[in-house]
Design a protein around this ligand. Structure first.
Ligand code: HAM
Length: 425
């Protein structure tokens, strides 16, 4: 038997009703904030992720699905391609490629779809997982640097979670500074690491030289006591970053979105500047981050684009669905009516009637004339239909059908023209 690849899974009904529910709510809520949808390809040039997410991150160094795509002709060279491990890089590439800064105002774009990371699978962590994300990006003249964009995005997330009935969340907030204060912080990290570095893991030793911030990602238990004592970025913010962060907090307080400052918040991607955040959820165990995001004021330039500060987030849809208290059964609608054709030639009558009823908005499951009535009624009950409509030769001639309420077993004869109204009632 061929099975789904490790770390991937099938989403089956009725669970897919939960996925549709959170996606539809996201579209509704994001629309209220004037976000519009963008769809970018599922694979991109490997370089895009190396240059944005960062060579030293776990994602790029260890977790990407990358392959050498063959050229089709001598003139057409092969290239290294990668299944997207996240969607921000693709959105910023599209922003640059389509010169979206020429469009008026801030570009507010949302997306939903699969992402791929070769992580060790466990509950809430998959190799193909799904994100619902959004990015607000534009030239500084569009207001893209303003702390009010950060606060609005966070408030939108709070509103979204409330809308889908997720209450038990914590917004963990931090600032990771900018290109101006980062060198001082890197220096402080290197100095603090100097005496213990020889005892640390190989990744830490390398990262201390290439990208000291990434030492904070280390999961090796023996290294943790050293990492816990390292200086905190929040203490190295320059005046403008400090003020920016303060204003984000003031605005959140003003609109009543609760948050906690987590000076140890580590985001696993290199492009972040200033505001960084995660929403965690109590009921999820080890993989408790339902979403993460932050600012990336230098990302466009590092990909060869114009100055285009931005901020965004991505919700882990798999984890969101795990955190829902809604049940799939409550959301998945069974059919309104089961049409039971009875005897030879009746499939034709049933098909015509089904077409009419569906045009009037009735959810119909169509039976088969080869079924005996008993089997038809049993099937109708098992799939949860509210009514069975019996279509035999007499009914077809009279143009009126037996409508059986499957909960009460009550049966009435209803003329064709009245049928949809009776069923929908
Ligand atoms: P991220 O923190 O890497 O950020 O991922 C965002 C969310 O995706 C996580 O909080 C988690 O819920 C979910 N997630 C990540 N990996 C997995 C996995 N293997 N299985 C299940 N869920 C997972 C980003 O991806 C950034 N692009 C977010 C962003 C947008 N920053 C700015 N704009």
């Amino acid at each position: 038997m061929i099975k789904a690849v490790r770390g991937t899974r099938d989403l089956l009904p009725p669970d897919t009703a939960l996925w549709n529910f959170v996606e539809a709510a996201a579209r509704d809520v994001f629309r209220l904030y004037n976000f519009r949808e963008i769809r970018t390809p599922i694979f991109e040039p490997t370089q895009l992720f190396a240059r944005s997410v960062g060579e030293e991150t776990d994602i790029v160094a260890k977790e990407m699905y990358t392959w050498e795509d063959r050229g089709r002709a001598a003139s057409n060279k092969g290239e290294s391609l990668t299944l997207r491990p996240e969607n921000t890089a693709g959105v910023v590439r599209a922003y640059i490629e389509h010169r979206l800064w020429e469009r008026p105002g801030l570009q507010k774009l949302y997306y939903m779809g699969p992402q791929f990371r070769r992580e060790r699978p466990q509950k809430g962590r998959y190799r193909q997982f799904y994100q619902i994300g959004a990015e607000a990006i534009g030239p500084p003249t569009s207001g893209s640097e303003s702390p009010s964009v950060d606060a609005e995005l966070l408030e939108m997330l709070a509103q979204y979670l409330e809308r889908i009935g997720i209450t038990n969340w914590t917004l963990e907030l931090s600032s990771v500074g900018c290109a101006n204060d980062r060198p001082r912080y890197n220096q402080a990290l290197r100095a603090a690491l100097a005496k213990d570095l020889a005892t640390m893991c190989a990744d830490c030793q390398r990262r201390a030289v290439t990208n000291p911030l990434r030492v904070l990602d280390c999961k090796v238990p023996e290294d943790q006591p050293i990492i816990e004592k390292l200086p905190r970025m929040l203490d190295y913010l320059d005046e403008s970053c400090r003020q920016h962060f303060q204003t984000v907090q003031d605005l959140l307080t003003a609109v009543g979105v609760p948050y906690v400052i987590n000076a140890r918040l580590v985001r696993g991607l290199d492009y972040y500047t200033r505001t960084a955040f995660e929403f965690t959820h109590g009921a999820l165990g080890a993989q408790n981050a339902i979403l993460g995001g932050g600012r990336y004021d230098g990302l466009s330039e590092s990909l060869g684009g114009p100055k285009a500060p931005g901020i965004g987030f991505a919700i882990g849809e798999d984890r969101l669905v795990l955190a829902l208290s809604q049940t799939a059964e409550a959301l998945s609608n069974p059919p309104d009516a089961y049409l039971a054709p009875l005897g030879a030639g009746m499939d034709r009558e049933a098909a015509k009637l089904a077409r009419e009823l569906r045009r009037q908005g009735v959810v119909v499951e169509l039976g088969d004339e080869s079924f005996r009535l008993k089997k038809s009624l049993e099937t109708a009950s098992r799939i949860g239909a509210r009514y069975a409509v019996i279509i035999g030769e007499n009914e077809a001639k009279a143009d009126a059908f037996a409508l059986k309420n499957l909960a009460t077993s009550e049966q009435v004869t209803v003329p064709r023209a009245e049928l949809a109204r009776c069923i929908r009632r």
